[in-house]
Design a protein around this ligand. Structure first.
Ligand SMILES: Nc1ncnc2c1ncn2[C@@H]1O[C@H](COP(=O)(O)OP(=O)(O)OP(=O)(O)O)[C@@H](O)[C@H]1O
Length: 610
């Protein structure tokens, strides 16, 4: 029996329908086929399951239908293998996603249960006084709490918005673990791995750790920490794929439960970009005594693939509340004593947030903070009315015509900088430094409002204004972004370079870190580059993990466009250090900010007290 399925919905992938058709052919159950189709389609949208009992998702199966599904041979409750799993809340999973979620939660909870508090209070007080010498309490309370709370943890998450000092703090956290390795159940001189989901983010982590080390080395002479500073690596920040020995040939990993990582401490930056499958792989590749430290900003876009792991972990932990023993230990060390959490929250004290921004004098800070959580309606009304809040500006952009005017205005305002990039005499270091001043970020990739269309438009405008030959693919001053990792050449997805004419002809220059973490210049022939695009404009997704002095953020004018989410707008604006403008309609901006990414899954619930 193989009846045709209803026609594909616009947001379905071919695989969703094929899988459902196959299930229908093998089982004859239209109900099961529909559930499988929903779960597969949900996976394509980043969900780990389909919430079949949830009227908001459009599924809304009644109790009888859910019971019939539950009784099917191919459906189980997850205790033994079945192709599909239906849990008590009506969440319907493909087996592999169920496994990712269940195994990840198990591994996190196991690590949290191992927590000890091995350092006495007076030692902690002395250590914090050394590591935060000359820094006021209050503003550094969050950082102090993290540094004091990490010894004895096997799983620790440090979150915070841009410039709150996550990397600065992690260097101090590592020094604590190194100095108190024995008490923390680690070998003497524990080995440390630094990693991030993308090559670009790994490179930025390495640079930030190198900077933090240099500052501490200068400020700690004579202290018990000084000799540990060189032991923190900074040259070898790796992608998670590399760390875990990914094998693209068979889509598998060299490191896992049967061949764990050698490192005793693993730090992962930009953890919001890590999906469910990768996080499970990472947790299962750690030896039981190893310490995992995740850094990230849960307000940013979730991973491309299924899951919203960091956001789920943060949501499962009591907000800034610590278990009684840890709260008692930290109280005398901080200006403000921490709040106490209910005794049975497994993630209490394992997830801390930094809230103080160290980006002094930035007129963007208020806007960035306002956009991060559901923005206050009064703040949003005032922004839309006055068209600015400090260094955050709005430009009305309802049509292609208006969008072109925004681009023309952008070119006009930055004509001096753009002209200098295109001038024949510019040197590579200077050009790359100037390139980091400005970036157009687009919600979309294709179409007139997408990064591709904006790149073409900017080029045409620059050609008219500065006399570039727009018919040539390569021209002096062309910025490019690498879109695929090329380990052999040391170029990574997200690296931005610039093409410059010189004595050797046209070369594309990049600033890349050497093995000591020092930034240096390298050039490549255009023919030798891995996949790349022009980079006057890039997508917001691609900008994750990068920073610019100013950004212009182009949103599609249509408020119904599902790409518009609060995390998308926040991620874009938080890329700017000093100034940001949004090119949008009021409706599209309002709609985006009112639409947080809600990924269906059960991870959060599994991590909460039962
Ligand atoms: N306690 C502190 N006192 C003074 N300056 C600090 C402190 N903590 C961090 N900073 C400064 O704030 C800036 C941002 O710090 P850091 O890079 O660690 O933040 P981050 O949260 O990792 O930022 P990003 O979002 O860019 O990853 C750095 O210049 C750092 O030197």
């Amino acid at each position: 029996m193989n009846r045709p399925l209803p026609p594909a919905a616009a947001d379905e992938r071919a695989i969703d329908q094929s899988l459902a058709q196959w299930v229908l052919g093998r089982t004859g159950s239209a109900l099961l086929a529909a559930a499988v189709r929903a779960a597969s389609r949900a996976e394509g949208h980043g969900h780990s399951c389909a919430a079949l009992a949830d009227p908001d998702t459009g599924a809304d199966l009644d109790t009888d239908a859910l019971e019939a599904l539950r009784r099917h041979d191919w459906v189980g409750d997850g205790t033994a293998f079945t192709p599909f799993v239906l849990d008590a809340q009506g969440r319907f999973y493909l087996w592999r996603n169920w496994q990712h979620e269940a195994k990840l939660a198990e591994a996190i909870l196991r690590r949290c249960a191992q927590r000890t508090l091995p350092i006495p209070a007076d030692t902690l007080a002395d250590d914090l006084a050394t590591l935060f010498a000359g820094m006021p309490r209050g503003a550094t309370d969050g950082q102090r709490a993290a540094v004091a709370a990490v010894p004895g943890a096997r799983f620790f998450v440090l979150t915070g918005g841009p410039g709150t000092g996550k990397t600065t703090t992690v260097v101090r956290m590592l020094l604590m673990l190194l100095r108190h390795a024995h008490a923390c159940g680690l070998p003497a001189w524990p080995s440390i791995a630094l990693a991030a989901p993308t090559g670009k983010a790994a490179q930025r982590l390495a640079q930030a750790v190198a900077k933090g080390k240099a500052e501490l080395q200068a400020s700690l002479p004579g202290s018990g920490f000084h000799d540990f500073v060189p032991h923190i690596p900074h040259a070898e920040a790796r992608t998670l794929h590399r760390l875990l020995g990914y094998r693209p040939m068979d889509d598998s990993f060299g490191h896992g439960p049967h061949n764990p990582l050698a490192e005793d401490i693993v730090v992962v930056d930009e953890a919001s970009m890590v999906d469910l499958a990768m996080m499970r792989q990472l947790l299962q590749a750690l030896r039981p005594a190893a310490v995992l430290i995740l850094l990230g900003d849960p307000g940013q876009l979730a991973s491309v693939d299924a899951g919203s792991v960091l956001a789920d972990i943060v949501a499962a932990a009591p907000r800034q509340r610590l278990p009684p023993p840890l709260a008692g230990l930290l109280a005398p060390l901080l200006q403000q004593a921490p709040d106490v959490a209910a005794g049975d929250a497994p993630l209490a004290g394992q997830v801390l947030a930094l809230t103080h921004s160290w980006r002094a004098g930035s007129g963007l800070q208020r806007g960035v903070e306002a956009l991060r959580d559901a923005p206050d309606p009064a703040w949003l009304d005032a922004l839309l009315d006055q068209r600015r809040d400090g260094d955050l500006h709005l430009r009305h952009c309802p049509t292609v015509h208006a969008m072109r005017a925004c681009v023309d205005g952008w070119i006009e305002r930055h004509a001096g900088l753009l002209q200098s990039l295109l001038a024949p005499a510019i040197d590579a270091a200077e050009a790359l430094q100037r390139l980091r001043q400005l970036q157009i970020l687009c919600a979309l990739r294709d179409g007139p409002f997408g990064a591709q269309g904006i790149n073409e438009l900017v080029l045409r405008r620059l050609a008219v204004r500065f006399g570039i030959d727009a018919s040539r693919a390569w021209y002096h001053g062309r910025p490019v972004i690498v879109t695929r990792n090329d380990y052999a050449r040391g170029l990574f997805n997200g690296d931005v370079g610039i093409a410059l004419e010189g004595a050797e002809g046209l070369r594309v220059w990049f600033e890349l870190s050497d093995r000591d973490g020092n930034a240096g210049l390298r050039s490549y022939s255009p023919r030798a580059l891995p996949a790349h695009d022009s980079a006057w404009a890039i997508t917001i997704h691609r900008s994750q993990g990068s920073e610019y002095r100013e950004v212009a953020v182009l949103l599609p004018p249509d408020a119904d466009n599902r790409i518009l989410t609060r995390e998308l707008v926040y991620t874009a604006i938080s890329r700017a250090k000093e100034h940001a403008e949004i090119w949008s309609t009021d409706d599209a901006l309002r709609a985006g900010l009112a639409r947080p990414i809600r990924r269906q899954g059960g991870l959060r619930e599994r991590l909460q007290p039962r």
